[in-house]
Each structure stands twice: as C-alpha cells, then as structure tokens.
Design a protein. Structure first.
Ligand code: E4P
Length: 221
C-alpha cells in the first residue's frame, strides 16, 4: 500500500519525506485554509518537497467552475491529481476531463455505489472516508472491503485511497482490506513506528552489548 501524507503543512511534509516512505500527498480545502496560503502557491511548495501524486481540491460546486479550476490546478505541476467531490458535477467533470489526460481523485465517497460511479467516470483515485463513517457508528473499513471486491470483479483501474484514517490500526486494516493507498495525518504516520517491544528489545540489546564490550575496554585500561 502506498503511503500518502494528509496535510498541507510543509514542516510535516519535510519530516515525512525525510523518512523516505512517503509516496504522495492529499490536501483538501480545510487543510489548505489551515496554512493560510493561496492554494496554487502552497501546492507548488508541496510539489517541491514530495515527488509523487499531490491531490489539490477544487472549491467550485458547479461543472463549469470545476472545469476551470481543474485546468488551472493541473497546470501547476505534472504530479497534480485534481480532487473533486463525489457529486453529479464532480463525476461529470471527471468523466469529461479524464479523457483529456487530467487525473482525478474523487473524494467524499461514503458508499460502494458511489465508488462505482467514480470508477465508471475514469477516476484515477477514489477516496472513501473511513473515520467519518466510524464517527456515525458505521463500520468504515467495510466500505474499503466492498470497493476492493467491486473493482476487482470488473478490473477497474481506479485506485482505492483509504482516507480519514485516524489510527495505526486503521492503517493496517486498510492494507489488509486491499486499499492501494492510505492517506495519513502526520501524527498517525509518526505513531506507526511505535511498539513497546521494539523499545524494550533495543534497550536490552544495547545493555547486553555494553556489559561485555565496555567491561573489556575498561579492563584493558
Ligand atoms: C483526504 O483526502 C481527506 O480529506 C481526509 O483524509 C479527511 O480526513 P478527516 O475525516 O480526518 O478530516
């Protein structure tokens, strides 16, 4: 599973990129607004940090506005994936401009039927939101499983991007369920490293080593 960072914060992106395991980035209007910098400028900076697919979302809700924004966003960098909401206008825009070679991430997907529409429209990526379904007491991970089966049944090339992942457990479950990509807030990526047995094991290895080799070194003095 590819790992994307779900942030528009440059410090977080630099830290994540430095670990050598970040394959791409997703942003949304809320994340861009949090940084307080115009989307085209911020997306350019993100493209300079991470060499992979970078999702940039439109804010228009009508087809004509989405088309105009999609052209502008796609021109920013070759790695841009234009993000549109899973609405009638979003699907229409995806179907039309995918044929021209613009790559789309269809976002705010909450049902397998919606994911079918995204694939039919030729989306490059579909983004089902796991955590937001969990928030309303539905099993978000079931959605990833269902979409994986549907896309496999019909050989749809659309990639499933598990979004709204809130914990390391979510990340592992999304990978088991067959998501092609998981997008993670920086905090969740950082938490993925942690295991108490790793810490305890490392401490023990270093103590055992130090006991023998430091003693030898001090007896030679
Ligand atoms: C990514 O594409 C989504 O915008 C993001 O994962 C949403 O996450 P949230 O539900 O935690 O805001």
């Amino acid at each position: 599973m590819k790992i994307f960072l779900d942030t528009a914060n440059l410090d977080e992106l630099r830290k994540g990129a430095d670990w050598g395991i970040v394959d791409g980035v997703t942003t949304n209007p809320s994340l861009i607004a949090k940084e307080g910098i115009a989307i085209d400028e911020q997306i350019k900076r993100i493209c300079d940090i991470v060499d992979g697919d970078i999702s940039a979302e439109v804010v228009s809700t009508d087809h004509a506005g989405m088309v105009e924004e999609a052209y502008k966003l796609a021109k920013i960098h070759k790695n841009i994936v234009v993000k549109v909401p899973l609405t009638r206008d979003g699907i229409k825009t995806t179907a039309k401009l995918s044929k021209e070679g613009i790559r789309f991430n269809v976002t705010l997907c909450f049902s397998a039927g919606q994911a079918l529409l995204a694939a039919k429209a030729g989306a490059y990526i579909v983004s089902p939101f796991v955590g937001r379904l969990d928030d309303i007491a539905l099993e978000g991970m079931n959605l990833i499983r269902e979409i994986a089966v549907i896309y496999k049944n019909y050989n749809f090339p659309t990639q499933i991007l598990a979004a709204s992942l809130r914990s390391p457990l979510h990340v592992a479950q999304a990978a088991v369920a067959g998501a092609h990509i998981g997008t993670l807030p920086f905090k969740v990526l950082d938490m993925l490293f942690n295991h108490p047995l790793t810490d305890r094991g490392l401490e023990q290895f270093l103590n055992d080593y130090a006991k023998v080799f430091q003693e030898q070194a001090s007896s030679r003095r």
